[in-house]
Design a protein around this ligand. Structure first.
Ligand SMILES: Cc1ncc(COP(=O)(O)O)c(C=O)c1O
Length: 376
């Protein structure tokens, strides 16, 4: 059997047809297709405003800038996330306050947030990791009590709902990533979501050199170039047409793993918060045997992936005073990191491949249990 890749996008002739139309039009930069793409996202998420952006890392940066967060300000970020969440805060000039994560949901631990709030705290950045919503009900309460902004990092949250609201639209501002491994992709790219007109207007200017419209050379603000392209939008529109199928297939993959991996007290699954709808972007397991299992599967040509390395342990932050490590139990984060594995989860995975992965996982645990039996 060929190598089973953990994740890859579903691209076919539909994307080619859409991109060809843009190429034939010769208008490659942000234009009609981007408008249509943004319109689709307003209807998918229910957000009043949607702004396409060159990537979600810069999207996060724009959200922080639009909320006037910078020097001397602090933003609370979970210890386990992709590093871009924290780097955007550093780029905006503010300080990152790391918060513990919940060992069952892997998302920001709401019982620790209040301990981290100081006079300088301006915002909380919940990250909806692996398609599971954070406890937004509690986070909204805390933010309201302490007058804090909420920037939702829903990079991995497309299709995820909390009490019927799409993640990324619950706080002040949020957004989604379309990087190549995400639920849908535009290569690089992201979308910013908000219901607040002021934030929308600020971000429009920030992403387009500080002006309100293209083609004019009067710049009201100092801005940047974070524009999208119609080439990306064309791919995105083709991907949106597949979104329902992708979400359904991901759920099927997850359920198939869960029902065919033999019951085993050593394997657990991420838990979700009440009244939320998850999307199974990646099928993940939690097991003390993660590193041995990863090696075993790799020898069978099956690729798996670790979880994000805790920010509190990142070598690049060791001597950086923009990261303030408070109330982070490094052992807890490290345990999560060490016991987590993303299984092959691409939409195109076929039943033979799935059965092959499952057979090998089951045989790994059978062998392990036999070994334990011999020595006990
Ligand atoms: C949680 C999280 N935040 C931020 C990002 C950054 O998004 P992008 O790659 O679009 O810049 C990612 C992307 O992988 C992510 O997973």
């Amino acid at each position: 059997m060929n190598k089973i890749i953990q994740i890859y996008p579903w691209i076919d002739k539909e994307e080619l047809i859409q991109v060809s139309k843009v190429i034939k039009s010769t208008f490659l930069t942000e234009n009609k297709y981007t408008k249509k793409f943004e319109q689709k996202f307003r209807s998918i998420t229910g957000a009043k405003y949607a702004i396409a952006i060159n990537n979600w890392t810069m999207g996060l940066f724009c959200c922080l800038k639009a909320l006037n967060i910078g020097k001397n300000d602090e933003v609370i970020v979970p210890d386990i996330t992709f590093i871009a969440s924290a780097n955007a805060v550093i780029l905006a000039g503010a300080k990152v306050i790391l918060c513990d994560v919940d060992s069952k949901t892997l998302n920001i631990s709401t019982s620790n947030i209040e301990k981290l709030i100081s006079k300088r705290t301006k915002a909380i950045m919940p990250v909806h990791l692996y398609g599971n919503s954070c406890d937004m009900t509690k986070i909204l309460k805390i933010a309201k009590k302490h007058n804090l902004k909420i920037i939702e990092d829903a990079a991995q949250g497309l299709g995820v709902f909390h009490k019927k609201k799409h993640v990324g639209t619950i706080g002040d501002v949020g957004g989604i990533s379309f990087y190549g491994n995400k639920l849908i992709t535009t290569g690089e790219g992201g979308i910013i979501l908000t219901n607040k007109k002021k934030i929308y207007n600020e971000i429009l200017q920030l992403k387009n050199h500080g002006r309100k419209t293209k083609g004019k050379f009067i710049h009201e603000k100092i801005g940047y170039n974070f524009m999208f392209t119609d080439l990306q939008a064309a791919i995105g529109l083709a991907q949106i047409n597949k979104l329902k199928k992708i979400i359904n297939k991901k759920l099927k993959i997850y359920k198939y793993y869960k029902s065919h991996i033999k019951n085993n007290e050593d394997i657990k699954y991420i838990e979700k918060v009440d009244k939320t709808l998850s999307v199974y972007w990646f099928s993940n397991i939690i097991t003390k045997q993660a590193s041995k299992l990863k090696k075993f599967l790799s020898e069978k040509n099956i690729q798996t992936r670790n979880c994000f390395y805790p920010l509190s342990l990142q070598p690049c932050y060791k001597k950086n005073n923009s990261i303030i490590k408070k109330y982070v139990n490094k052992k807890n984060s490290l345990n999560i990191y060490k016991s987590f594995l993303s299984l092959p989860s691409a939409v195109q995975i076929n039943i033979n491949e799935l059965n092959h992965v499952i057979k090998n996982i089951n045989s790994f645990y059978e062998k392990k249990n036999k070994t334990i039996g011999k020595f006990s």
